[in-house]
Design a protein around this ligand. Structure first.
Ligand code: F6P
Length: 328
């Protein structure tokens, strides 16, 4: 069956927001307009498709947003879209406007929705990886990760100043529900003494033994960076164990939380968002449909949505070795 020409594109952001989403929206809208297409913004992710909250977008509508965090289209995690009736409503609303291509900026949950939708209906979808967690395979970068890590690094550097002044041990929790990338990158970059992530099993006994040995040689300033999804528990649980088993340690816990999701996107996030947004429209026009656009080895890389939702990015042994050797 011949692929229908894409003439009207809808763009939405879905799932947790990530700095750089606005830069991606801008790139999608302006590339589409450059090609003479009609562009539409869908508000609050898939919910906007279901509720018919869809607006035309011109070049000015995306002016002065490349530097702004959050997403001008707002975002949501839609449960209704995961029901067939929700997707049918969404399809009917796109269809009545003649929208015949969709760009979804979000994480793997959002791609699951896009994959189902594009398998059921004749509207091709392109996914752009927008998540601070960087837990998506088929791309070296996800939009928002670099900014989030830099936010975490800045915060941990500050925590080290006060930890140093008081000879304290800090347990710092960074985001990452199922993924340890923010913890790994920010922990290495701040010289954290321990990095605890969901992808590896934390050996609490070994960690306590190492900290106790450090205590004996008067190395009292320690930063433990813990990913939110670490299997033993978050920073509060880890902090409680350390307090209990090392009663002389002066332990404090700090949960960085949502500050990691906000803020002006870094230069890298603006650049990858612009490249991916541009590429998404090119894909819809040249028939590379139902893929996630990524960047691998500085080249655009296209992963079928069916595969993008299955594969998780793996943490390499090299990174884990770096943690072990440098943090000793
Ligand atoms: O997926 C991005 C993320 O920030 C995770 O790291 C975190 O676990 C989750 O979103 C938090 O989601 P919410 O803002 O809905 O609490």
């Amino acid at each position: 069956m011949a692929t229908k020409k894409v003439t009207k594109i809808g763009v939405l952001t879905s799932g947790g927001d990530a700095p750089g989403m606005n830069a991606a929206i801008r790139a999608v809208v302006r590339t589409g307009l450059y090609h003479g297409l009609e562009m539409y913004g869908v508000v609050r992710g898939y919910n906007g498709m279901i509720d018919d909250d869809i607006m035309p977008m011109d070049s000015r509508s995306v002016a002065n947003i490349i530097q702004r965090g959050g997403t001008i289209l707002k975002t949501a995690r839609s449960t209704e879209f995961f029901e067939p009736e929700g997707r049918k409503k969404a399809y009917d609303n796109l269809k009545k406007r003649g929208i015949n291509g969709l760009v979804v900026i979000g994480g793997d949950g959002s791609f699951k929705g896009a994959q189902k939708f594009s398998n059921e209906f004749d509207i091709p979808c392109i996914g752009l990886p927008g998540t601070i967690d960087k837990d998506i395979a088929g791309t070296d970068f996800t939009i928002g990760f670099d900014t989030a890590v830099n936010t975490a690094v800045e915060a941990i550097d500050k925590i080290r100043d006060t930890a140093d002044a008081h000879d304290r041990l800090f347990v710092v929790e960074v985001m990452g529900r199922d993924a340890g990338y923010i913890a790994l990158h920010s922990g290495i970059a701040t010289g954290a003494e321990n990095i605890l992530i969901p992808e590896t099993k934390t050996d609490i006994d070994a960690m306590i033994a190492a900290l106790s040995e450090k205590e004996k040689r008067k190395k009292l300033v320690n930063i433990l960076v813990v990913a939110e999804g670490e299997k033993f528990g978050g920073a509060n649980e880890i902090g409680a164990v350390v307090k209990e088993r090392l009663p002389n340690a002066d332990v404090r816990v700090c949960i960085l939380g949502h500050i990691q999701r906000g803020g002006s996107p870094s230069c890298l996030d603006r650049l990858i968002a612009s490249r991916m947004g541009y590429s998404a429209v090119e894909c819809l026009l040249n028939g590379t449909h139902n893929v996630m656009v990524g960047i691998l080895n500085n080249k655009m890389h296209y992963t079928p949505l069916d595969n993008a939702i299955k594969a998780k990015q793996k943490i390499s042994n090299e990174w884990l070795n770096i943690v072990k050797i440098l943090a000793s």
